[in-house]
Design a binder for this molecule. Structure first.
Ligand SMILES: [Zn+2]
Length: 399
């Protein structure tokens, strides 16, 4: 068994638990920072460890284009390549193909698309996405899906959902046949014969416990689609569960629909997913939303928002959003967020952060990213704590 999930406490629909992966244990519900091209923009891996990040997300589409799966595989997989000893999840590439390629062509076999880097033509199929994700070697990988655009007719949502179901079967079939090709084992072997000058591989210690968990290989999650149609979402969930995966994601949301609709689809879809398996809501959200979705029973979330907003000077605090570029902060000697204990809030004033941003200093992006990620991770710590205490009133508010 390569993944194990334990729910330790519930509060209403919310659950606090632990997810065991080959590269460590993850406390859930969890927010996963996005490391698009084997890097969380603006912050180094040692700082991410200090912040308590237990799992990162990597984007298959971007890594496939640059540096390429063969480079990462030959260097021992993504963990070793980026020197990240903890868990990693890769997406299937389906969403980026959808969002970055207006000229994509979808057929039964897969998707033909053009690289956003140089315009070259590429093809992704369920088998190809699995091959790339096995080569990258994340702990959790995702079935190849089609993200349905919004708005879409019921007919279009249905045919897209059916395609995603057929692709889920093909993803699982390929994965089952090739899952032993993950690069960890070869990286362990190469560590034995490594040259003295090589950088040591971050501690690789497959997690073992007394419940039959051996951390031997990757785990493949299925993805529920179905557009904004609740009946299609139900059907997609039930049939994806019928194919059988160790965890399930809700995809195809945050594609321009109103937030109330996102919430309605999530709440409804969750009812049709197994209660004892991890549930991953892809691509959300704001601090308020990650709290709200945890409350509904989501266990895993990811979003570029905290890191992307940081680079634009938009900071999340316990007192609401701050746009640090504003002139009102020129002489503000206060900490960015008086209730935040991160290394930025402990050390620097709003005035200094405002100056760095206005002067276009690289350090502005670094410090803003550290704070925003700290804020997200602290928010999730509070959520888990509230669930474990059984006190809903302690859920973070006033974000
Ligand atoms: Zn802070």
């Amino acid at each position: 068994m390569s993944l194990q999930f334990q729910i330790e406490k519930t509060l209403g629909s919310a659950r606090a638990g632990r997810l065991f992966t080959p590269h460590g244990e993850i406390e859930t519900p969890v927010f996963m920072p996005v490391g698009t091209v084997a890097s969380v923009k603006g912050i180094s891996q040692d700082l991410l460890e200090d912040l308590g990040v237990q799992i990162l997300l990597g984007n298959t589409y971007h890594l496939y284009l640059r540096p390429g799966v063969e480079v990462v595989r030959e260097l021992g997989g993504l963990h070793k390549f980026m020197s990240w000893p903890r868990a990693i999840l890769t997406d299937s590439g389906g969403f980026q193909v959808f969002s970055l390629n207006e000229l994509r062509k979808v057929n039964e076999e897969g998707v033909t698309f053009r690289s956003h880097l140089d315009g070259s033509s590429h093809f992704f199929s369920p088998e190809n996405s699995m091959r790339v994700q096995i080569g990258l070697g994340a702990d959790i990988i995702m079935a190849f899906d089609e993200c349905t655009e919004h708005p879409a007719s019921r007919e279009r949502s249905k045919s897209s959902m059916e395609l995603t179901l057929r692709w889920a079967e093909r993803s699982k079939k390929y994965f089952e046949q090739h899952k032993n090709e993950v690069p960890w084992k070869s990286s362990q072997l190469s560590a034995v014969s490594s040259q003295p000058q090589q950088i040591p591989h971050p501690a690789f210690s497959p997690v073992r416990n007394d419940m039959g968990f051996d951390g031997a290989c990757q785990s493949l999650f299925g993805i529920v689609q179905g557009g904004m149609d609740l009946a299609l979402r139900k059907e997609s969930a039930e049939r994806t569960v019928g194919i059988g995966f160790p965890g399930y994601a809700i995809g195809g949301l945050s594609v321009g629909e109103p937030r109330e609709l996102t919430r309605e689809v999530v709440e409804s879809t969750l009812q049709h997913l197994p209660a004892d398996q991890p549930r991953y809501l892809m691509g959300v959200g704001t601090p308020e939303e990650i709290v709200q979705y945890s409350r509904l029973g989501v266990d895993m979330m990811d979003c570029v928002l905290p890191t992307r907003a940081a680079r634009h000077g938009l900071l999340f605090t316990s007192e609401g959003k701050i746009s640090i570029k504003q002139a009102r902060y020129v002489k503000d000697e206060n900490a960015l967020d008086p209730n935040c204990g991160c290394r930025v809030c402990r050390r620097y004033s709003r005035a200094y952060l405002r100056h760095l941003y206005a002067a276009n200093e690289v350090l502005a992006q670094v410090l803003n990213t550290i704070h925003n990620l700290s804020f997200y991770l602290d928010t999730m710590r509070q959520v888990r704590h509230s669930i474990r205490l059984g006190e809903e009133s302690r859920f973070p508010t006033g974000l």
